[in-house]
Design a protein around this ligand. Structure first.
Ligand SMILES: CC(C)(COP(=O)(O)OP(=O)(O)OC[C@H]1O[C@@H](n2cnc3c(N)ncnc32)[C@H](O)[C@@H]1OP(=O)(O)O)[C@@H](O)C(=O)NCCC(=O)NCCS
Length: 280
C-alpha cells in the first residue's frame, strides 16, 4: 500500500473531522481552522487508497515553542508507521524553522512514538468529565471585556504568548471568558470552547480554592450542554478535589511531553486545567 504525505488545506478539514470522530475526540472544524490559520504550512495529511488516513498539525508560540496536535491515524491503517512518519514530517518542518522547544499532550497510544523521537514527560494531565441530566436552560451573556488582562496573565502562566489563539477562543465562546480580580491583579481566569461532544473548560487558572470554585461554578452555569470536559493538571493541589465535589469523574490520562530545552515552562502549579491537549 502506497501512502502519500502532503500539506493539509481547508478542503481536508472534513476528512480530519472523520478521523477525530473515529478517535472520539471533542474538536470542531474551528479547531482545525485555528491550526491552519496560525501555521498554514505546518499541518499535514497522509493519503492512501484515495482517502485521508492520517493527520498531524502544529502551532508556534513566539517562535520559541511549538505545539504538536491532531496526530491521528485511521484505525484501519494503524501500526504501519504512518503515525510516526506524520510526527517526523511535522518535526522536520519545525526543526527547519529552528523552533527550539516542541511540546504536546500525549495519549497512552501516542506516547511510545513521541518517546522514540526524544520527547520526555513533563507532568501528568487527566481528562475529567461531567454528565448533567438537566443543564441550565439558557446560556449566560458574556461579561464585560476582560481579555487583555487575561492574556497578560496567561503569558506568565503558560510560559509563552498565545494571545492570538486565546482571542480566537474568546471570539467563538465569549460567555466562557471569566476572570476574578483582587487588588488590581487577575487572581483567576478561564476560557472555554463549544466542542463537538462537550463544552470544554480550559485554561482554568486560580490562585486560591475559593476563586477556583467560583470560576468553575460560573462556567457550569454558563454552559447549556449536558457534557462538560476539563483537562486538569494532576499535580494541582485543588483541582481534582473541586471537580469531584461537582460530580466530575476521571475519563482518561494524558502526559505533557517536551522535546528540547524547557526554558519557558510557565507556572503549571497555578493551572487547574490546560486549554486542551491539541493546543497546550
Ligand atoms: C497514536 C497513533 C497516531 C499511532 O499511529 P500509528 O500509525 O499506528 O503509529 P505507528 O504505526 O507509526 O506506530 C505505532 C506502533 O506500530 C508499530 N509499527 C510501525 N510500523 C509497523 C509495521 N509495519 N508493522 C507492525 N507494527 C508497526 C510501531 O513500532 C509502534 O509500536 P509501539 O506502539 O509498540 O511502539 C494512532 O494509534 C491513533 O490515531 N490513535 C488515536 C489518537 C491518538 O491517541 N493520537 C495520539 C495523540 S497524542
Amino acid at each position: 500500500m502506497e501512502v502519500h504525505y502532503r500539506g493539509m488545506t481547508r478542503d481536508d478539514i472534513r476528512a480530519g473531522m472523520r478521523l477525530k470522530d473515529l478517535a472520539g475526540w471533542n474538536q470542531t472544524a474551528r479547531d482545525w481552522e485555528r491550526f491552519l490559520e496560525a501555521n498554514p504550512e505546518g499541518c499535514f495529511v497522509a493519503e492512501a487508497s484515495g482517502r485521508i488516513v492520517g493527520t498531524s498539525a502544529s502551532i508556534v508560540y513566539e517562535r520559541r515553542l511549538a505545539w504538536v496536535g491532531m496526530v491521528l491515524v485511521d484505525p484501519e491503517f494503524r501500526r504501519r508507521g504512518i503515525g510516526l512518519r506524520l510526527l517526523d514530517i511535522v518535526l522536520e518542518f519545525l526543526d527547519a524553522r529552528h523552533i527550539p522547544t516542541v511540546k504536546l499532550d500525549a495519549t497512552p497510544e501516542g506516547r511510545p512514538i513521541y518517546e522514540r523521537r526524544g520527547f520526555v514527560a513533563e507532568y501528568a494531565i487527566e481528562r475529567w468529565s461531567l454528565e448533567r441530566p438537566t443543564p441550565p436552560a439558557r446560556p449566560a451573556e458574556p461579561l464585560p471585556a476582560l481579555l487583555p488582562t487575561i492574556l497578560k496573565m496567561d503569558c506568565e502562566v503558560f510560559g509563552s504568548d498565545r494571545s492570538w489563539l486565546l482571542s480566537s477562543v474568546d471570539r467563538d465562546a465569549p460567555e466562557f471568558t471569566l476572570a476574578h480580580e483582587a487588588g488590581g491583579h487577575v487572581v483567576a481566569y478561564a476560557l472555554g470552547r463549544h466542542g463537538s461532544r462537550a463544552d470544554h473548560l480550559g485554561p482554568w487558572m486560580a490562585a486560591t480554592e475559593s476563586v477556583a470554585e467560583e470560576i468553575l461554578d460560573n462556567f457550569l452555569r454558563r454552559s447549556a450542554r449536558q457534557t462538560i470536559f476539563v483537562d486538569l493538571v494532576k499535580a494541582h493541589p485543588l483541582a481534582e478535589k473541586i471537580l469531584r465535589s461537582r460530580g466530575f469523574v476521571f475519563s482518561r490520562p494524558l502526559a505533557r511531553m517536551v522535546r528540547g530545552p524547557n526554558t519557558h515552562p510557565g507556572c503549571p502549579e497555578l493551572l487547574s486545567a490546560v486549554l486542551g491537549p491539541e493546543f497546550g
